[in-house]
Design a binder for this molecule. Structure first.
Ligand code: BV8
Ligand code: ZN
Length: 258
């Protein structure tokens, strides 16, 4: 990853007023959370999507689906945000708008102090009634009282996560789209850009004339669409970018102050 690329990204970020960031499993990797597609210990390697993350699976075998999500929730008990999460939280006050649209359901952005977070794929810490009484529980702490957990209406609850084949929550997706349209810069952080429509959020900023920055140790399906693609872990690159942006802002404030 070239110094020149880092400098270019820092320049653009220092001049920006509004930023949108799409985050994926890679941002939580350095916190010890496995990603989905990673060879060997990727989640989907051991749990076939169609058995644990589709509406058919949920209606066919809610116990199996809950076992999968209770396992993910159990894993989160000892997980803390990493320097990548904290750098994003520290960037928020530097901008008029700094919106994180996350595909992650782990809640680590909020735990690190980010306040403008849109969970486009739901949350591990939210449950809602599967039987239609409309009840929603947040926070829904681990462990669940039973697997599957009962709802007061006599039905059962489901994890409030977006399963494959289910549409994204309307309000969240609309807010993410608006933030992307208004942003000067879109960041794509630790995502393979393989799951739609979330993968398309940074492209909305591009269509609106904005600048695109990707951070990922590996190239992705959308790398050719990005203005700058920084090869490395978000836990290292985001704190670095934060320092460079703050330095530039201080220098320009100094110059303006003269
Ligand atoms: C929908 C919640 C309407 C549950 C999730 C268009 C084209 C093709 C297919 C479709 C399409 N439109 C719709 C589809 C179908 C489908 C889809 O996209 N399928 C894919 C597999 C092709 N989309 C849907 O079903 C969506 N709904 O479209 O509804 C509709 C319905 C039917 C038909 C048409 C339209 C709903 C999708 C949401 C599903 N729920 N999560 C749960 O978490 O269990 S998706 C889940 O997987 C995550 O939320 C995330 O979105 C995705 C995983 O992607 P990443 O987060 O990017 O993780 P991944 O492991 O892939 O990559 C990690 C990256 O990190 C890697 O690149 C790696 O290099 C990098 N990395 C590693 N270490 C680091 C790092 N980066 C930085 N630092 C590091 N240290
Ligand atoms: Zn109910």
């Amino acid at each position: 990853m070239s110094e020149e690329q880092l400098e270019r990204a820092a320049d653009v970020l220092a001049r920006a007023r509004r930023v949108v960031a799409l985050s994926g499993a890679g941002v939580s990797r350095e916190s010890g959370v496995p990603t989905f597609r990673e060879a060997g210990d990727g989640l989907w390697e051991n749990y076939p999507i169609e058995e644990v993350a589709t509406p058919e699976a949920l209606h066919g075998n809610p116990r199996r689906v809950w076992e999968f999500y209770e396992m993910r929730r159990a894993n989160m008990a000892s997980v803390e945000p990493n320097p990548g999460h904290y750098a994003l939280a520290a960037m928020e006050p530097l901008y008029e708008e700094f919106t994180i649209a996350t595909q992650n359901i782990d809640g680590l952005h909020q735990k690190a102090g980010s306040t403008d977070v849109i969970e486009v794929h739901g949350s591990l810490w939210r449950a809602r009634c599967l039987s239609g009484c409309g009840r929603e529980i947040y926070p829904f702490p681990y462990p669940a009282p039973a697997v599957p957990p009962p709802c007061e209406c006599g039905g059962i609850l489901r994890p409030a996560v977006v399963l494959f084949g289910e549409s994204l929550p309307h309000e969240e997706f609309r807010s993410a789209t608006i933030a992307a349209t208004r942003a000067d810069v879109a960041l794509s952080l630790g995502t393979s850009s393989a799951v739609w429509p979330a993968a398309g959020i940074p492209l909305i900023t591009q269509e609106a004339g904005g600048f695109l920055i990707e951070i990922n140790p590996e190239p992705t399906d959308l790398t050719p669409r990005f203005d700058v693609s920084l090869r490395g872990p978000t836990g290292e690159i985001l704190p670095d970018l934060l320092e460079r942006v703050k330095r530039r802002r201080a220098e320009s404030a100094g110059r303006d102050g003269e």
